[in-house]
Design a binder for this molecule. Structure first.
Ligand code: HEC
Ligand code: HEC
Ligand code: HEC
Ligand code: HEC
Ligand code: HEC
Length: 326
């Protein structure tokens, strides 16, 4: 250390090299070709042989379940005991589907990791393919990927009850059908192509939203109507714990200035003495915005917030469109 401090030029050179290495590393992440050394070391070292699944899972909310800002904020920096076990769970195949998991004691930062979903008490990995390998034991389990599995953690805040009333409930695998799109590819290093499932678990995301909710807008005289129809969402929009809200945000812009703003909250306010204004499966909702003579352009956005007091700038923009207001 002393020697380093004595040679500043060398330090600068080191720093530049480090910066370069970091740039290269960042450039590679997100591609299937990311070398295993750049992927985090997961419990069970799945990343060594299942790179594609690992790179996808890293982009998912499951990977951030322990580290998300909203989770840290709502749990007093992860000290509220009753909140921790689903956000860094141990193996649900040990505690059993349908029973709340237990909090594990290692690699908490990886949230809902591969082992939490796939590994049983004997170190075997469950799936539905029936592959055989000398790398680890596997178990063909027909209950794997059913609503029952997802319900282990997703039932508590209502998503599964909401789902049960829909036309998708007759298919016991429909959480997976909508959230883990089917594909064909090798599922491990040197494996042949097999039926497989994308592991990004996209949820509150613009592409998912466009598939799930139809948005129509119309200007008629002195009012703008925004009509939302839930066409392919197997539960309420939004769903989950009641800190999660969506906002229909309308701004009237004239000569580059916002001259009017109108917001509608879609939220479960029942615990707050209010009502549940989330969009139900199949429901059509019309939001009417009075224009009061304003002229210019209406900017319509659908925002998603994991925390209701999150400023609009930090929300996920699920949808945006502009319509002229003549
Ligand atoms: C040393 C390499 C290696 C490691 C490490 C590894 N796997 Fe595998 N895994 C394989 C191979 C090879 C197959 C079989 C591929 C084939 O036949 O197409 C497989 C198959 C599977 C399957 C398919 C089961 C079925 O339905 O047939 C699952 C699920 C799985 N692994 C999960 C995991 C998880 C989770 C981890 C980490 C805890 C892990 N694996 C670690 C190599 C590995
Ligand atoms: C062991 C608990 C657990 C299981 C099992 C589980 N999840 Fe999750 N899931 C979570 C947690 C916790 C979050 C919230 C993560 C966060 O804090 O953002 C989540 C978030 C999600 C999201 C939200 C993504 C987003 O961007 O908003 C989707 C979609 C999802 N899970 C789908 C599934 C599906 C499908 C299954 C069944 C195959 C499943 N989950 C099984 C715990 C689980
Ligand atoms: C929230 C639970 C969950 C997590 C977390 C999860 N998986 Fe999966 N995984 C599934 C489900 C569900 C399937 C599909 C089961 C089926 O065939 O319907 C699956 C399938 C697989 C398969 C078989 C091929 C395929 O895509 O269908 C492999 C291999 C696999 N997962 C590896 C991993 C690895 C590696 C990780 C971590 C990087 C991981 N999984 C994280 C739930 C999970
Ligand atoms: C018919 C397709 C479909 C089915 C079935 C479905 N979902 Fe979704 N899900 C969506 C769409 C579309 C979105 C994006 C809109 C949204 O955020 O609600 C979504 C969003 C989510 C989210 C993100 C949170 C949020 O704020 O809305 C979670 C978590 C989730 N789904 C879990 C599940 C679980 C668990 C199941 C099974 C019980 C399930 N989904 C069944 C289509 C589906
Ligand atoms: C039974 C399992 C379970 C327990 C216990 C649990 N959560 Fe979650 N949590 C989830 C699931 C599943 C989601 C994903 C819900 C969704 O997006 O629809 C989630 C999502 C969240 C989110 C929003 C996503 C984000 O950005 O992280 C917050 C915040 C959150 N939980 C906080 C808490 C708090 C606070 C508690 C304790 C009061 C708690 N959780 C207890 C399963 C659980």
């Amino acid at each position: 250390m002393r020697r380093l401090m004595g040679s500043p030029r060398w330090l600068v050179a080191m720093g530049m090299m480090l910066a370069l290495t970091l740039t290269v590393a960042v450039g590679l992440i997100g591609q299937e070709a990311a070398p295993p050394s750049r992927l985090p070391r997961l419990r069970g070292r799945c990343q060594v042989c299942h790179r594609t699944e690992t790179v996808e899972w890293l982009q998912s909310a499951h990977a951030k379940a322990w580290t998300s800002d909203a989770f840290i904020a709502t749990t007093d920096n992860r000290t509220r005991k009753e909140c921790l076990h689903c956000h860094a769970p141990d193996r649900i195949l040990v505690t059993g589907f349908g029973k709340e998991p237990s909090l594990r004691n290692e690699s908490l930062e990886h949230g809902v990791d591969c082992v939490a979903c796939h590994e049983d008490a004997h170190g075997a990995h469950h799936g539905t393919l029936g592959t055989v390998t000398d790398k680890h034991p596997t178990v063909k389990n027909e209950r794997f990927g059913t609503v029952e599995q997802c319900a282990t953690c997703h039932a508590k805040f209502g998503t599964v009850d909401e789902f049960k009333g829909t036309k998708w409930a007759s298919d016991p695998k429909s959480c997976v059908t909508c959230h883990m799109p089917a594909t064909k590819r090798p599922i491990a290093l040197d494996s042949p192509e097999r039926p497989a499932h994308v592991h990004t678990f996209k949820g509150a995301d613009p592409e998912m939203f466009r598939k799930g909710v139809k948005v129509e807008t119309k200007v008629n005289g002195d009012r703008l109507t925004v009509r939302l129809t839930s066409v392919e969402v197997g539960h309420n929009f939004p769903t989950g714990i009641d800190t999660i809200v969506a906002v229909v945000d309308v701004q009237i812009v004239s000569d580059g200035k916002v001259i009017a703003k109108h917001q509608t909250l879609l939220a479960d306010d029942r615990e707050r003495g209010g009502s549940d204004t989330r969009l139900k499966p199949g429901e059509t909702r019309e939001i009417v915005v009075p224009l009061q003579g304003a002229k210019g352009e209406a900017v319509i956005r659908i925002l998603h917030k994991p925390l209701r007091d999150l400023p609009d700038e930090k929300a996920t923009v699920l949808f945006e469109t502009k319509v002229p207001v003549p």
